[in-house]
Ligand binder design. Structure first.
Ligand code: SF4
Length: 263
């Protein structure tokens, strides 16, 4: 995080039965930008962009659930011969202990080990860790969920659809700690009901799905920033208001057409 974002000095409230489970992909958003996660998770904001539509297209391949993984004991037993690979798609795992839920694009089981595989649009980034931090945290959380359910996990993987490359993400202590810390910080941020400040002059903002809701440069400008707000490309909004003025009027739908149904 940058030093001008929300500073978190308090311990996060523990995960409890009262608090909703946080999706691992929301923790990804939080690490990318705490304000973005807050807008999405606490305020329910969402906007489709070309990037999100492309993400749906990539996930369509793996968004066809098949049988979930066998129980951990079955994977370790002779019922599962060595070398046999079991692939489960779109498996949902939740943990009240971790306060998390995730839908795993793919979980591969082989020789008693399970590897979560997350599908991402775009090309593999050429960074030392193999993937950017938000994506590594997300796959780390999926691995922790698998462990919580009794599976043995040593690493996760991210498959980049555009470059068709698969990157290994070892589940080491550094990733475990970073993943748990990110969940805790998100929970604390939401519990404080205080929206984090926008990023400062970040290249992430112009592409952000919620830039027109967040207004990062404008908010910073009102707080005294000397940077001029960048121009926002407002997406076309194809929705139109429908005004109904008669009391008890009923509106029906005929195909894609709204039709009055009388009063
Ligand atoms: S516009 Fe920038 S600061 Fe605002 S939510 Fe998006 S990435 Fe975060």
């Amino acid at each position: 995080m940058t030093d001008d974002q929300l500073e978190l000095h308090l311990p996060a409230p523990p995960a409890s039965g009262d608090s909703p489970l946080i999706p691992a992909r929301m923790v990804n958003e939080f690490v990318y930008c705490p304000r973005l996660a807050y807008l999405m998770w606490a305020q329910g904001e969402w906007a489709e962009t070309g990037d999100t539509a492309e993400g749906h297209r990539v996930h369509a391949r793996v968004d066809k659930p098949n049988a979930p993984l066998p129980a951990p004991e079955a994977l370790e037993s002779e019922e599962t011969p060595a070398g046999d690979k079991i692939v489960s798609r779109s498996m949902t795992l939740a943990s009240a202990t971790l306060g998390l839920v995730a839908k795993l694009d793919v979980a591969e089981a082989e020789d008693g080990l399970v590897t979560p595989v997350d599908y991402k649009r775009g090309k593999r980034p050429h960074v030392a860790e193999g993937a950017y931090e938000p994506e590594r945290i997300q796959i780390g959380l999926q691995a922790l969920l698998l462990e919580e359910h009794g599976y043995r996990v040593e690493e996760g993987a991210i498959y980049y659809a555009e470059s068709r490359e698969r990157v290994r993400i070892p589940l080491d202590e550094t990733l475990r700690t970073a993943a748990r810390t990110a969940v805790s910080e998100l929970r604390l941020t939401v519990s404080q009901s205080r929206i984090p400040p926008p990023l400062r002059d970040s290249p992430k903002c112009p592409r952000c799905a919620l830039v027109t809701v967040c207004l990062p440069d404008e908010v910073r400008s009102l707080s005294g920033s000397s940077l001029a707000p960048r121009t926002i490309a407002v997406p076309p909004d194809e929705a139109l208001p429908l005004i109904v003025q008669s009391q008890r009027a009923r509106i029906g739908k005929d195909g894609d057409t709204m039709v009055p149904m009388g009063v």
